[in-house]
Ligand binder design. Structure first.
Ligand code: SF4
Ligand code: SF4
Length: 99
């Protein structure tokens, strides 16, 4: 059972898509992220979070994301990159199962 103060990160696919559409591409979430190990652009990350093939750098970043939440507070428009990354992880798992 969840503790009363538990943080629920999960968002539905439509909610994540809404957040991606609201993203202004400022890059603050990636600057704050301790798991970024190679150059990734927000437009590619946003696109590949939603559909299409997932490139090597984005799939490595998706695996490296450990849901620490450091990307949330810096977002100037109140978006949740951590929830977007959870969806990207799910997409990655789905695409691997299809191979
Ligand atoms: S939740 Fe993932 S994307 Fe966000 S700062 Fe942490 S490791 Fe980076
Ligand atoms: S900090 Fe927010 S608005 Fe800026 S790129 Fe990240 S998700 Fe988009």
């Amino acid at each position: 059972m969840l503790k009363p103060n538990a943080i629920i990160l999960h968002k539905t696919r439509p909610q994540v898509q809404q957040e991606i559409q609201a993203c202004i591409g400022c890059n603050e979430c990636l600057i704050a992220c301790p798991a970024v190990a190679e150059p990734i652009t927000i437009d590619v990350l946003n696109r590949e979070t939603q559909n299409g093939p997932i490139s090597g750098p984005v799939s490595r970043f998706a695996r490296a994301c450990y849901q620490c939440g450091a990307c949330v507070a810096p977002c100037p428009v109140g978006l949740h990159r951590d929830a977007m990354m959870l969806w990207l992880k799910i997409r990655l798992l789905d695409s691997q199962e299809e191979e």
